[in-house]
Ligand binder design. Structure first.
Ligand code: KIV
Ligand code: ZN
Length: 518
């Protein structure tokens, strides 16, 4: 008999496009969601929760497109336990092979009393009916009793037993408000296996929020206790303090496989690109010391550490940076590089361009290389993000020229030229309290859209005085927040691009919500 233990697979369920999009200040267009879904497919997640089809026409469209264009992972949509939501979910997933309806309903007394205003019996009936209705459309049905960790355990077991009986193939245990801790949560998962008689017919999933900073630890404790699906978001995005950061969960299972004896099907080399793409599209910078994907995650600063590390890497490094697709700042291309070199490097980074696209990018690359002699992979990724923003902005506003006059003895003055949706190029100038304020005011005169700039931040893509500056801006319009990004070696130009990008994203999201759900 073999003494080797059999490893179990943990299913990785990515909800960046659903719970992640619930991050305050996030809001994605259908095209942006599609680009993220393609990257998640490369990362080889098992399930992509593409959205909440019944919540808006834009989400319906995104779920439908992703379900039809993504072929590896299962594509799921969230649905409230209501017939109308289940029907819209099924409509979005119609004809798709690998699809799942994920229906949810609150189960804790505090939610029942104050949010649902229903008793336990009515909730039980709604849950069972929702699962049965979803099951009429699809084999793969997940049910989540929302706020499970604050639900009376006896009622939780009963509801789980009933929904499994009704056909749920996955039962998800959400720690909706991030209230639990690893010991308690692990014990809850064990008790579910002991008290729900038909639990062997379903996969146990967990969905942990990070309000007390324990989402990753709680998820790992749950799989040690028998759960076999973890839900989370890349970069720990999500409602309030976010969800379990998937990159952390995945690398903990991989790096400490000697402890967990579990595995995932994730292509870990795609973690870095996924994290950077999602950060860029969502407009949420990654904190420098963030585990696995932060800029400092593999940097050694103390002399003692550096000395030991140079003698033997494993003295101070528990994972190889290459394993998570970490990109250093090695020079890759420069001013004299040609089209072939650029095409080949971009293809290594996962950007496959046709001749027309290559010409466009090459032009931008040459302009960048004039200002910044040495270009790294991180610069190329920033360049490609900017190119996508330009192509997404077709028939919207586009920055043509930016001129600013400022200093400590004059009032800042900006002159801007934008290409407008009607094809005309318009110039305007404005004074402001600073150069960025002047730029935004001049842009406002052209767009004639009344928005308020609520957040502004700049970060450098690489080190050095000639680094590309990446500006993130948030604007508020009619009570909603829209983010925008722009990059350039000149940070005032980057600011103009970011502000226009935020306005364009507002226009796209408003356009999307006009289409009916059919
Ligand atoms: O946090 C939560 O409970 C959720 C459910 C919809 C699964 O996001
Ligand atoms: Zn959640």
């Amino acid at each position: 008999m073999s003494t080797k233990l059999n490893k179990d697979k943990v299913i990785i369920f990515d909800t960046t496009l659903r719970d992640g999009e619930q991050t305050a200040g996030a809001g994605l267009t259908v095209d942006e969601k599609m680009r993220i879904a393609k990257q998640l497919e490369k990362l080889n997640v098992d399930v992509i929760e593409a959205g909440f089809a019944g919540s808006s026409p834009g989400d319906f469209e995104a779920v439908k497109r992703i379900a039809n264009e993504i072929h590896g992972p299962v594509v799921a949509t969230l649905a409230r336990a209501l017939p109308s939501d289940i029907d819209i979910a099924a409509k979005a997933l119609k004809g798709v092979q690998n699809a799942r309806i994920h229906t949810f309903l609150s189960s804790s007394d505090v939610h029942l009393m104050h949010q649902m205003r229903k008793d336990r019996e009515s909730i039980m009936i709604m849950a069972v009916d929702a699962v049965k209705r979803a099951k009429d459309y699809l084999e793969d049905v997940e049910f989540s009793p929302m706020d499970a960790t604050r639900t009376d355990p006896g009622y939780l077991y009963a509801i789980l037993e009933e929904v499994i009986e009704a056909g749920a193939t996955t039962v998800n245990i959400p720690d909706t408000v991030g209230y639990s801790n690893p010991k308690e949560f692990g014990a809850l998962i064990k008790s579910i296996q002991e008290n729900v008689s038909n639990i062997h017919k379903a996969t146990i999933s967990v969905h942990c929020h990070n309000d007390l900073g324990m989402a990753t630890a709680n998820s790992l404790s749950a799989v040690s206790s028998g759960a076999r699906q973890i839900e989370g978001c890349i970069n720990g995005l999500g409602e309030r303090a976010g969800n379990a950061a998937l990159e952390e969960v995945i690398m903990a299972l991989s790096t400490r496989s000697n402890f967990y004896n579990l595995y995932t099907g994730i292509n870990t080399k795609e973690i870095g690109s996924s994290s950077r793409l999602i950060s860029s599209i969502f407009g949420f910078p990654i904190q420098y010391n963030k585990a696995i994907v932060g800029q400092n995650a593999f940097r050694h600063s103390s002399g003692i550490h550096q000395d030991a590390f140079l003698k033997e890497r494993t003295t101070f490094e528990i994972m190889e940076p290459e394993k998570v697709g970490w990109r250093g700042e090695a020079l890759v291309l420069g001013k004299l590089s040609g089209r072939a070199g650029l095409r080949s490097r971009l293809s290594d980074l996962g950007y496959i361009l046709d001749d027309y696209q290559l010409n466009e990018v090459f032009q931008a690359f040459k302009e960048l290389a004039d200002n910044k002699r040495e270009l790294t992979d991180l610069d190329l990724e920033a360049l490609m993000s900017e190119q996508y923003r330009i192509s997404d902005s077709q028939s919207k506003f586009e920055v043509r020229t930016v001129k600013v006059f400022c200093g400590n003895s004059s009032v800042p003055d900006a002159e801007i030229s934008l290409l407008c949706p009607n094809g005309n190029e318009i110039n305007q100038s404005s004074e402001g309290t600073g150069p960025v304020d002047a730029v935004c005011k001049a842009i406002d005169k052209i767009t004639q859209i009344d928005v308020e700039l609520t957040e502004f931040s700049v970060s450098a893509v690489t080190e050095g005085i000639d680094s590309i500056g990446e500006v993130t801006i948030r604007i508020e319009k009619d009570g909603s927040i829209y983010s925008g990004k722009g990059s350039d070696t000149d940070i005032v130009v980057a600011s103009a691009k970011a502000y226009v990008n935020a306005i364009n994203r507002f226009l796209s999201i408003v356009d999307q919500s006009k289409n009916p759900i059919i």
